[in-house]
Design a protein around this ligand. Structure first.
Ligand code: GCV
Length: 715
């Protein structure tokens, strides 16, 4: 008996030694086998964040702090800006001029007989990013004595948008409550635990280059601008500051009325202007480096300048003028649509293009990647390339509102790369969105990119362990939009899983996990909405399928049938010249390509065309057959991911292994649900058999129609 208890004890200890809850993200420094002799000492300002962060990581890796040195010796690490004597002696001032305020150089140098490593930058922020780069190299075993690295960011503002409500809930959040605002709290308070969490959050963001955070939901409550809430914002800003992160707030356009008691919030009214000027001054007195405002206006029922007969430009410029003296910016969202528009995909372009050239230079218009709403695959928003005299910034969604939320393994980097690498042809071949949004095509001084955060107070921050990879990928692409998804996945896998068991991460495990990640986005498209289908989600949540959804009196553009248009002839939304003519919003030859059924990329064919069920696809199958095979292939892909994951067991710590295994089981069940729901429902129109060589449906359509989810989990 005693022996058994001892054995049980030993088993528990050994399992817990190799259990991780994911809270350390990709910064699991302690788990890395580091050569303790990489550095012999350090020269740098020990009180600066870059040196403190290096020290923190180095010690976490099981080392003693490096001792401060006065002179160069072999294997020393030097961290310094152009103002430091030693960095000046290197004669790299010309190179430093080229990397701006946030760039950095990492060099292996020979000084007499001593080999040293130098991180040089113009500011502490640059040094901090350089330190994280060096730490990454160490973590992925790529530190060498011949480093020659020069980096500067693709975008100047790299920001997370938190859709966090002041009551602590997170709109479209699948990882617990807000880390900023407390659940059911009447007055905002701050605890030591908050400060620790915010520090870890700041570190994680800075390690991937994120330099901004909008702390509250774009569906903003006016009270975030009250004195009481601004005190909390000030405290958060204080934690973010050393990590080079500015805070921003989403504002409600009717705050002058709702909070200030004015009779109007008309942006051209003198008292309203005065109110915003005074509020902005109050904010900057508390937070001198405050970033600015994020605004959702005249969208989904929120107030905005159009309520007073003014334009988006009038509204944005009024706020921009208030922020200008302090260097703040306005991020004005272009996510607008209304129930009367026959094609929702056309609305933002119609409202914003006429305003091109009318925005102040500290306004940037924030545009979602696609013209509808973060669907698994969308055509790109036609505003990119069309607006020539307005700064535009892409808005990506990291939280997986429409991609399986907290349950599905989907690596979004491939989706974002597809978008960034899209050639709009707006100024001839090669006018990619990556180039447009970084100001390489039209003169755009202010550049930015936003990601809707997937972060909450769950132990592992993001709900699904693999969702951390999407936070990571957003930051890495915001820093360098030329990175490949393979590079990003490789870094993340090594840092996240290496040495989590004694067997460690074998090459085979690594390769297999990478394969799953890189295929995962296409898999979700296949089992949810292939061939350009979109918005087939159930009423009230964006998780499961309900292509049949009909709610009497509902807005038509909130119903799936508005988008899929299934009938006895075929399937898909006709946006060609003979349909809604949304194709006219694209530049040639993209316009012609999308317009012509025979030239349209098949992965968007049902986005742009109403296609007959027997239409011959390029592979010789009919549209109906292709739809069936594609849904089926999505299910098979996830089954394959399950098998691959099970084989990684020796390489992954017990907790994360089994939590991911359980999520994959849910994902397979959901994939079958999606496939059966969509195929059985569309079959009522196609009146054709599901090809006999694919797996038969396991559900009845009538049963699927009865499924009602817990909306709290899947809003
Ligand atoms: C924050 C979609 C989401 C909403 C979100 C909105 C937006 O409609 O479902 O939750 O609101 O987009 O981006 O403003």
């Amino acid at each position: 008996m005693k022996k058994n208890i001892t054995l049980l004890f030993a088993l528990i200890i050994s399992l817990s030694a190799f259990s991780e809850d994911g809270s350390r993200l990709w910064l699991r420094y302690s788990a890395v086998n580091v050569n303790k002799n990489l550095f012999s000492g350090i020269i740098g300002n020990p009180a600066s964040t870059p040196c403190k962060e290096f020290d923190y990581a180095w010690k976490s890796m099981g080392n003693m702090s490096l001792t401060q040195q006065k002179n160069i010796t072999d294997k020393i690490l030097v961290i310094g800006t152009g103002k430091d004597n030693f960095i000046q002696s290197l004669k790299i001032s010309k190179e430093l001029k080229l990397i701006g305020t946030e760039g950095y150089l990492i060099r292996s140098l020979k000084v007499k007989d001593d080999s040293i490593t130098v991180i040089a930058a113009n500011t502490d922020a640059g040094l901090l990013y350089g330190v994280y780069h060096l730490l990454r190299l160490i973590q992925v075993n790529q530190f060498t004595s011949s480093l020659d690295i020069k980096e500067k960011p693709s975008y100047s503002v790299r920001i997370l948008n938190h859709w966090d409500n002041l009551n602590g809930s997170v709109e479209r959040g699948y990882a617990g409550h807000s880390i900023f605002w407390r659940y059911e709290e009447e007055h905002p308070t701050i605890t030591n635990k908050d400060v620790t969490l915010w520090t870890e959050y700041a570190r994680a963001n800075a390690s991937i280059g994120i330099n901004g955070t909008a702390l509250n939901n774009v569906n903003a409550m006016p009270k975030v601008l009250s004195g009481e809430y601004l005190q909390k914002v000030k405290a958060i800003a204080g934690v973010m500051r050393p990590y080079g992160i500015k805070v921003y707030l989403s504002i409600n356009f009717s705050s002058p009325t709702a909070l200030g008691g004015l009779k109007t919030s008309d942006p051209l009214n003198k008292d309203v202007v005065k109110w915003w000027n005074a509020k902005t001054k109050e904010i900057y007195q508390l937070i001198p480096d405050f970033g600015g405002f994020l605004v959702k206006a005249n969208s989904e029922g929120l107030p905005g300048p159009q309520d007073f007969g003014r334009t988006h430009a009038d509204g944005a410029n009024m706020l921009a003028d208030a922020l200008k003296p302090y260097g703040g910016i306005v991020m004005w969202r272009a996510f607008v649509y209304n129930p009367d528009e026959k094609d929702r995909a056309k609305q933002a372009y119609k409202e914003f293009l006429p305003l091109d050239g009318q925005f102040r230079d500290n306004v940037i218009v924030q545009v979602k990647n696609g013209p509808i709403d973060f669907q698994p695959r969308e055509a790109f928003s036609p505003l990119f390339g069309a607006m020539k005299k307005t700064a535009l910034m892409p808005e990506l969604q990291i939280t997986q509102e429409y991609l399986g939320q907290g349950n599905h393994l989907v690596f979004l980097s491939t989706m974002w790369k597809e978008f960034l690498d899209t050639d709009t042809h707006a100024q001839g071949n090669g006018t990619t969105i990556a180039k447009l949004s970084t100001g390489q095509v039209y003169p755009q001084k202010l550049t930015a990119i936003a990601g809707v955060a997937n972060i909450g107070d769950d132990a592992n921050w993001c709900g699904h362990h693999f969702a951390q990879a999407n936070w990571y990928a957003f930051g890495r692409l915001a820093w360098n939009n030329e990175l490949t998804s393979e590079e990003i996945a490789n870094e993340w896998i090594t840092m996240t899983f290496n040495n989590s068991t004694p067997a460690s991460l074998s090459n085979d495990c690594h390769t297999q996990i990478e394969k799953v990640m890189l295929l995962s986005r296409e898999a979700v498209v296949n089992y949810m909405m292939p061939l350009g289908l979109h918005h087939l989600f159930a009423w009230g949540h964006h998780y499961g399928p309900e292509p049949w959804c009909a709610v009497p009196g509902a807005r038509p553009d909130w119903l799936p049938s508005y988008y899929h248009k299934a009938d006895s002839v075929g399937l898909g939304f006709d946006r060609s010249a003979s349909g809604s003519n949304a194709v006219s919003q694209y530049a040639q030859p993209v316009k012609e390509q999308y317009d012509d059924l025979t030239k349209c990329p098949e992965n968007l064919i049902l986005w742009f065309h109403h296609v007959p069920w027997d239409y011959p696809m390029k592979n010789g199958r009919t549209l109906w057959e292709e739809l069936c095979y594609t849904y089926d292939s999505g299910v098979m892909q996830i089954r394959d991911f399950q098998k691959i994951w099970d084989r990684t067991e020796p390489c992954i710590d017990a907790q994360r292994f089994s939590e991911i295994q359980s999520k994959l089981r849910i994902q397979v069940r959901d994939a079958v649900w999606w496939k059966d729901a969509c195929l059985l429902y569309f079959q009522t129109y196609s009146k054709r058999q599901i090809p006999y060589d694919i797996e038969r449906p396991v559900h009845d359509l009538d049963d699927l129609k009865k499924i009602k989810l817990d909306l709290k989990q899947h809003n």
